[in-house]
Design a protein around this ligand. Sequence first.
Ligand SMILES: NC(=O)c1ccc[n+]([C@@H]2O[C@H](COP(=O)([O-])OP(=O)(O)OC[C@H]3O[C@@H](n4cnc5c(N)ncnc54)[C@H](OP(=O)(O)O)[C@@H]3O)[C@@H](O)[C@H]2O)c1
Length: 255
Amino acid sequence: MISVVLLGAGNVATHLFKAFQKSEDVVVKQWFNRHLEAIQTYKNEVEVTDALSDLKEADVYIIAVSDDAISDLSSELPFRGRLVVHTSGSVGIHDLDKKNERGVFYPLQTFSKDADVDFKNVPICIEVIDKEHLKVLKSLADALNSKSQRVNTNQRRALHLAAVYVNNFTNQLYRVAHEITESEGVDFDILKPLILETAKKVQNLSPYMAQTGPAKRNDKRTIKKHLKLLENEHHKAIYELLTSSIQHTHGRKKL
Ligand SMILES: NC(=O)c1ccc[n+]([C@@H]2O[C@H](COP(=O)([O-])OP(=O)(O)OC[C@H]3O[C@@H](n4cnc5c(N)ncnc54)[C@H](OP(=O)(O)O)[C@@H]3O)[C@@H](O)[C@H]2O)c1
């Protein structure tokens, strides 16, 4: 049985808590958040606290707070020599205070409190300084039914950067598309099968092979028509930049 103390009560901590509660191999000994209100509703399931001085002994302390708060919080922990990990894709392992053993338990998925997440679909990127901590972090991922992979700092940073493209930027493109459909009174929902198919296609084809459309085909007249239709300067700039990127990738001339 692995004992865990969770620190933070946001999207990631809340999903981790719920998933750990379902596991027979992990016990969440305590849940800390600087504002108790956020975790009060769980007080019948787990001991909650807003006092770092009250933290209990555990095998792993998981800091799942905003990136900018990780380092300070790790320095404020009132103990030494225990295993402390954070869940960020971009914060360095060395940003954790060296008075404790350090690691990273980065779940490569998007988490919102109101959206269900099945940890089967959450690869966990594990980083450690001392190899001896790999086993417990791997077991923690196993307890969530997650696949895990050891990565180094550069690989984790690259994965986080790539995740911004496939998740945040793609989602912003959905938003732009939503504005475009709304402007002509058509329902965004009609695009949803295309959105799903696009994501499904790259499960079996490389993004290079999966690409279609006017930029790849170099259909100049269609591209011109699209640019003429776009009134919003931001949308236009995105269209031009992505068209030029696709043309560059597929060996077409720039616009
Ligand atoms: N969301 C995702 O999709 C995702 C995916 C993978 C990894 N991550 C990583 O997981 C971590 C948490 O992300 P999240 O999305 O769960 O964050 P979040 O929902 O915004 O929650 C932030 C948490 O940090 C706490 N916090 C903020 N500033 C603090 C401070 N100065 N001292 C102590 N606690 C502080 C907040 O406490 P209060 O409730 O008191 O404000 C809250 O519990 C981040 O490192 C993030 O990079 C997030």
